[in-house]
Design a protein around this ligand. Structure first.
Ligand SMILES: [Ca+2]
Length: 326
């Protein structure tokens, strides 16, 4: 008998890679998605909430009734860059229009809802954060005891040794709210960080997007078209017909940590640098004198991740997939 699934809350800002991450989570029997919380990031909050609800309808099954909560619409402290619309398209899903959502978001705030969920199940909830970290920092700051009751936080964010994707030093989620990211990294909650170091080393090629489109199912073809949009952007920037699917790798890391190599380190986030605001600092050699507070992903089995993601999406949503597999 397989072990009980891990109960997760996914804090996200869909966003194409968030969308693929949600599809992957619901395609994976190892995870039980307790709720989807939203935060402004790739696009504004209203759009992010609407996208999450539409994606839940697309996924169907358990997703159709998963609580979806509105979170923060802006950063904790000063300044943030504009939403990343050129990358994700005007509505955040690469121009893929999903049918209008059949329900509204649940009442209440994402942070308070998550606190209740975590308190009700101490030690059980893994928080997968694939967006700027305002909600997560808010949870840890305003709900004492919530951090200690979390099992783990898996964060997609930062670039420990690789270049950033907003500035030369900073990755989008951390750059969007460095104070929040710093608060989370220094919170003492068990933390795994899946950053650009590994997401850029595990690219999804155009062939996989085309395979999903060719399958023709509602969710597979939507996923394929979203990935194709992302690949066009990635090719423009990086010259390869493939793309990083950052958030999906974070979900894969929560399911199967063995897909990645992990290095213990003390980590923090630069909040003051003239050129480095939002940069993840990872002390892998113990220079700071601080005890490690995170596991930083420093390697990835790219072929295994690619096969994992494609096979899971086809098995759960493909036209030849048996019904009720999720
Ligand atoms: Ca995201």
């Amino acid at each position: 008998m397989s072990p009980a699934p891990s109960r997760v809350v996914i804090d996200c800002d869909p966003g194409i890679d968030d969308a693929i991450a949600l599809l992957l989570a619901y395609a994976s029997p190892e995870l039980d998605v307790a709720g989807i919380t939203t935060v402004a990031g790739n696009v504004g909050l209203d759009q992010v909430v609407d996208n999450a609800l539409r994606l839940c309808d697309l996924i169907g099954g358990a997703a159709a009734s998963t609580p979806v909560l509105r979170g923060h619409a802006g950063p904790l402290a000063r300044g943030r860059r504009q939403p990343d619309e050129p990358v994700h398209g005007a509505y955040g899903l690469g121009g893929v229009e999903l049918p209008q959502a059949t329900r509204a978001a649940n009442p209440g705030h994402a942070v308070d809802w998550t606190a209740g969920e975590v308190r009700a199940r101490p030690g059980e909830i893994t928080l997968i954060a694939t967006a700027p970290l305002i909600n997560v920092a808010g949870l840890l700051h305003t709900h004492p005891g919530a951090g200690a009751a979390l099992r783990e936080i898996v964060v997609m964010g930062g670039a420990a040794f690789a270049p950033g994707n907003v500035t030369p030093a900073a990755e989008f989620n951390f750059y969007a709210d460095p104070e929040a990211a710093r608060y989370v990294t220094e919170s003492g909650v068990p933390l795994r960080i899946v950053g650009l170091d590994v997401t850029r080393a595990a690219l999804t090629p155009l062939a996989d997007a085309e395979t999903l489109i060719a399958d023709g199912g509602p969710a597979t073809s939507a996923a394929g078209r979203m990935l194709r949009h992302l690949i066009e952007r990635y090719e423009w920037r990086h010259g390869v017909r493939a793309c990083a699917v950052h958030d999906a790798l974070a979900v894969a890391a929560a399911i199967e940590p063995g897909l990645l190599e992990w290095t213990e380190a003390w980590v923090t986030v630069e909040c003051a640098g003239e050129f480095t605001r939002g940069a993840l600092v990872a002390d892998v050699h113990g220079r700071s004198g601080h005890a490690p507070n995170a596991l930083v992903a420093t390697g990835v089995d790219a072929d295994a991740f690619r096969a994992f993601m494609l096979s899971r999406l086809l098995a759960a949503y493909g036209t030849s997939a048996p019904p009720l597999t999720r």
